[in-house]
Ligand binder design. Structure first.
Ligand SMILES: NC(=O)c1ccc[n+]([C@@H]2O[C@H](COP(=O)([O-])OP(=O)(O)OC[C@H]3O[C@@H](n4cnc5c(N)ncnc54)[C@H](O)[C@@H]3O)[C@@H](O)[C@H]2O)c1
Length: 269
């Protein structure tokens, strides 16, 4: 499938995890991809690797915590390629040592969390909208999280910020749809990126496997496929939406796993 031939796509956080898989997927579909990341070395190595495979990719330095940098990556893209067709806002995350339950979390961490997870996406989107409006065409895909739709025992600031991403997506879609610009989000559940693997124990993986509907955990490529769909003309009539890609974690009553075990134990008696 080549849905991105002659298209220019900018991916933040493209050097690793979901962003990295998204860059590859978009390249495979014909896009020229700009990999924006604060780990410039990894981004450059990845761009070279993609280039050696016959794809078109360029690495640029980016710091999501710096509003000027969020704008610059868009401006640089347009300076170099003359256009921007797709902006994928991937960068986000939290430090689970600081982002605790509401009563215990470090309030000094609030501004950084909002800046990393929401303000950065708004800032890069502002610049992208400026150019996309001129061409009366373009798409933005934001990476949210099921943490922005449901509550957890910790990660409160992350959840608040990702809920913001989901509503930012609706606002942009509503305000810029008439310019032919679409904005959607993906809300992943657990995705086994290097960062997630580092943070999770095998026991925690098992907890997720118990509570998702599918028998396997999420991979970055699963999310990249949804991003590629939402950014493409296949999703031409979809805007303002958040597609949940969580293996069926949030689609059901939370008691399902326990009830299933209980019912099969009763049946075995
Ligand atoms: N992995 C999951 O389980 C999961 C689940 C739900 C949502 N998400 C969301 O998906 C997105 C990507 O997550 P991931 O697991 O792929 O992350 P990751 O840590 O694997 O990759 C993040 C990338 O962003 C870059 N980056 C981090 N901070 C940056 C900054 N301040 N400026 C510029 N670049 C920066 C890193 O260098 C890295 O290349 C995040 O928004 C995250 O909240 C992830």
């Amino acid at each position: 499938m080549k849905r991105y031939t002659d298209r220019i796509a900018l991916v933040t956080g493209g050097a690793n995890g979901i962003g990295k898989a998204t860059c590859r997927r978009l390249c495979e579909e014909g896009a020229t991809v700009i990999i924006a990341d604060y780990n410039l070395k990894s981004a450059q190595e990845y761009a070279s690797q993609l280039y050696s495979e016959g794809y078109s990719a360029l690495a640029i330095h980016f710091n999501a915590l710096d509003t000027a940098s969020c704008r610059e990556i868009v401006e640089k893209t347009v300076d170099i390629y003359g256009r921007l067709d797709l902006l994928v806002n991937v960068v986000g995350g939290n430090d689970l040592h600081k982002d605790l339950a509401a009563g215990e979390l470090d309030l000094n961490y609030f501004d950084e969390m909002m800046s990393l997870n929401v303000k950065s996406m708004l800032a890069s989107s502002q610049s992208a909208l400026h150019y996309m409006k001129r061409g009366r065409n373009g798409a933005i895909v934001n990476i949210a999280s099921i943490g922005g739709l449901t509550a957890d025992y910790r990660g409160t600031l992350y959840g608040i910020a990702k809920a913001g991403v989901i509503n930012l997506t609706r606002y942009i879609a509503s305000q810029y749809g008439k310019f032919g610009i679409r904005c959607n989000a993906v809300a992943p559940g657990l995705v086994m990126t290097p960062a997630a693997k580092q943070n999770l124990s095998e026991r925690q993986d098992k907890i997720f496997l118990k509570h998702i509907s599918l028998p396997y955990l999420g991979e970055a490529e699963h999310i990249a496929a949804v991003v590629a769909f939402l950014g493409s003309s296949d999703a031409a009539y979809i805007t303002g939406q958040t597609i949940i890609a969580d293996g069926g974690m949030t689609c059901h009553n939370p008691t399902v796993a326990d009830m299933a075990v209980m019912v099969s134990a009763e049946a075995a008696r």
